[in-house]
Design a binder for this molecule. Structure first.
Ligand code: AR6
Length: 180
């Protein structure tokens, strides 16, 4: 686990399951455009949340790459789910701009709803094929940049599914944080 503190916000990278983050007020979903169940992160979150989540999502769909919408968390141990549609690598262009927009728009909702803690998965790095290292650089640098606009958030957690991805994110967090 790697942790850093900037502007009073605690940022960490941990190995774990995004559907099992009971101390976080909001969790972020790596959604599909239709906000349907799907696999990976979306599958895990919808399975734990129960069918009410998909029902609440229905009138909000479809969403575009880079967009984020917020719902309640139903049976998940959180208050909110923020659904982001990441870019499909090699198809949705410019993919770096669209991936950064996911994190920025999610944090905009965090600020609007006065959320104190939020957990992100590595959006687009599974079924959507974005290579993990460039995706991690975009994710972490966007979050570090956006901290200046956050007045309520105190804790941002990146939840990675493998030890290798957690170590990679941790190394990039140290590098970006300690450089600036
Ligand atoms: N907790 C944390 N990370 C996870 C979990 C989990 N439970 N499960 C997978 N990951 P993906 P995407 C990691 O495919 O690339 C869906 O089917 C995974 O190893 O969930 O944005 C949707 O319906 C990878 O590093 O999201 C969409 O159609 C990362 O989370 C599409 O896939 C993201 O993998 C979205 O694709």
């Amino acid at each position: 686990m790697t942790m850093r503190n900037r502007r009073g916000v605690f940022i960490e990278c941990v190995e774990g399951d995004i559907a099992d983050q009971p101390d976080m007020e909001a969790v972020v979903n790596a959604a599909n455009a239709e906000l349907r169940i799907g696999g990976g992160v979306a599958g895990a979150l919808h399975a734990a949340a129960g069918p009410g989540l998909e029902e609440e999502c229905r009138p909000l769909a479809p969403i575009r790459p880079g967009q984020a919408v917020i719902t309640s968390a139903h049976r998940l141990p959180n208050r909110h789910v923020i659904h982001c549609l990441g870019p499909v690598y090699g198809r949705d262009q410019p993919e770096d701009v669209l991936l950064a927009a996911c994190y920025r728009n999610a944090l905009h909702l965090v600020e609007l709803r006065r959320i104190r803690s939020v957990a992100f998965p590595a959006i687009s790095t599974g079924a959507f094929g974005y290579p993990v290292e460039p995706a991690a650089r975009i994710a972490l640098s966007t979050v570090l940049d956006e901290l200046q606009h956050l007045t309520t958030a105190r804790h941002v957690r990146f939840v990675l599914y493998s030890a290798q991805d957690a170590m990679l994110h941790g190394r990039i967090l140290e590098e970006l944080h300690d450089r600036t």
